[in-house]
Design a protein around this ligand. Structure first.
Ligand code: TYD
Ligand code: MG
Length: 459
């Protein structure tokens, strides 16, 4: 039989019988690659452990989150929603060199020292390289097996023989199966190999971690399809030249999303940062204008971050708007509110906003702080360094309530802040935790409080 030829979009997995310059699904240019698929029938995906599925009463089904395995790395466990779930398939993505192999090796070493049997499959590095890295990180006295193999049909017998309690694949893009003829790393190979691994994890209850590379525009290479197939997607983020690393859950069938774990890369691997707020505020300047602290919720945990703003007269025709770490459209909106409701003129100013430490804050609760930081910079008046500001701002300049204010207040209090500006509470009271709380209902009320020297209407 003549092999069936197909063209597949390498970015979203769309198929076409002929080559196309632009993908009609994801609008990506030049992403179609010829792939020969053999017509072997695809196996039914068994996600249930049993050979034949039977309807079962909901109340008779045992929960699958009871026997979680703790890796001993608390930040990692928290991001997973409280440890590793048996039979889960977890994708961990990130830029090259960010530390994906390092964290997974640390997890493997920890678990093997705790008596678990781990199979670490490396398709990128030799045994010696893995060993070299392990020597820097820990001892590895337990049963940690390293397998340097990329051919699925060879890997499966090893899994049968070793019967590991956890498998790490480094990386999913290097594996291939003979069931598909296209090259390793292509969409159809990645999808097929992942489907096989999904079967293994569900059938045998083995948790499998897949390391995945990220393409230059930030998607996990190959395809979005991968994100749909796995139970949990973690992203490892961080900036070059900065030793902090943030592990973030963007999809999790077993826990909350947007939960983050913070690590610091040093010479002996990744170290947990147990108090990220203190880390993000450690180099904060005091008594300078254009710097302010707000509390953002990351998953279930409040984290204090410093927001810096700079507003300077522009000497170009078009004033610049440059935003790092938050949504630039939102900042434009806030600038417009500031002009209209406070009457402060920023049109002819270059404006820069930066969230310090490589954090990304997309919550509206940072609105009020962004506005205040801009006023502080434009008027060159420092904000009291022991004050934190939080609140969402509406188009008419009203300050709107934010979720989980009490958690944020208590985090700020822990870190030594004395005063907090926040939205007026409709019912009841905030728990003040020894802080002086100032409730405001409009942006101008907040500005009057922060910048007392300036008279109303005299901006
Ligand atoms: P790695 O885990 O290989 O990244 P990835 O698998 O995501 O591509 O991490 C590589 C980087 O981490 C490399 O630049 C060196 C650095 N590193 C340390 O600084 N300290 C260490 O102990 C280790 C193991 C790596
Ligand atoms: Mg690696």
């Amino acid at each position: 039989m003549k092999p069936k030829k197909n063209y597949t979009c390498q970015s979203c997995g769309a198929k076409s019988p002929s080559w196309l310059g632009r993908c009609p699904e994801c609008r990506e240019w030049n992403s179609f690659v010829e792939e020969i698929e053999n017509a072997a029938p695809k196996g039914r995906v068994i996600i249930d452990g049993g050979e034949k599925a039977r309807p079962t009463k909901l109340k008779d089904i045992k929960g699958d989150t009871q026997d979680r395995v703790y890796t001993g790395i608390n930040e990692f466990d928290r991001v997973l929603g409280g440890g590793v779930v048996p039979g889960s398939l977890v994708l961990i993505g990130g830029d090259p060199g960010i530390g994906k192999s390092t964290i997974m090796l640390q997890v493997s070493l920890n678990l093997s020292d705790a008596g678990e049997k781990i199979l670490y499959i490396s398709g990128e590095e030799s045994k010696e390289q893995v060993r070299g890295r392990a020597e820097r990180i820990g001892e590895g006295k337990g049963e940690l097996y390293i397998l340097c193999e990329t051919y699925m049909e060879e890997i499966i017998p090893h899994i049968d023989q070793i019967k590991p309690s956890l498998i790490v694949i480094d990386s999913i893009q290097t594996l291939y199966t003979s069931q598909i003829e296209s090259s390793p790393g292509s969409v159809s190979q990645v999808r097929e190999v992942t489907a096989q691994l999904l079967q293994i994890s569900k059938k045998r209850g083995i948790p499998i971690f897949l390391i995945g590379h990220v393409t230059k525009d930030g998607a996990i290479a190959g395809p979005k399809i991968l994100e749909h197939m796995v139970d949990t997607v973690l992203y490892f983020e961080g900036e070059r030249g900065n030793s902090y690393r943030i592990l973030r859950a963007v999809k999790n069938r077993f826990g909350p999303v947007n939960e983050i774990g913070v690590f610091e890369m040093d010479s002996i691997g990744l170290k947990e940062v147990t108090n990220p707020s203190a880390l993000f505020l450690s180099d904060r300047p005091t008594a300078v204008s254009g710097s302010l602290v707000t509390a953002a919720m990351e998953g279930t945990r409040p984290i204090l971050v410093e927001i810096q703003g700079l507003a300077t007269p522009s000497n170009l025709g078009m004033a610049r708007r440059n935003v790092i770490g938050t949504d630039s459209n939102r900042v434009s909106l806030l600038i417009a509110i500031l002009e209209k409701r406070i009457g402060i003129h920023l049109t002819a100013m270059d404006i820069f906003i930066n969230i310090v430490g490589g954090m990304n804050v997309s919550e509206p609760s940072a609105d009020l702080a962004i506005i205040a930081v801009l006023v502080s910079s434009a008027k060159d008046i420092p904000v009291d360094p022991e004050t934190i500001v939080m609140g969402e701002v509406g188009l008419s300049g009203e300050v709107r309530s934010i979720p989980q204010a009490d958690l944020r207040i208590s985090e700020a209090s822990k870190l030594g802040f004395k005063r907090c500006i926040l939205p007026k509470k409709g019912k009841g009271n905030y728990k003040n935790k020894g802080m002086e709380l100032t409730e405001v209902s409009t942006v101008s009320e907040c500005m009057e409080y922060l910048f007392k020297g300036i008279k109303k209407g005299n901006w």
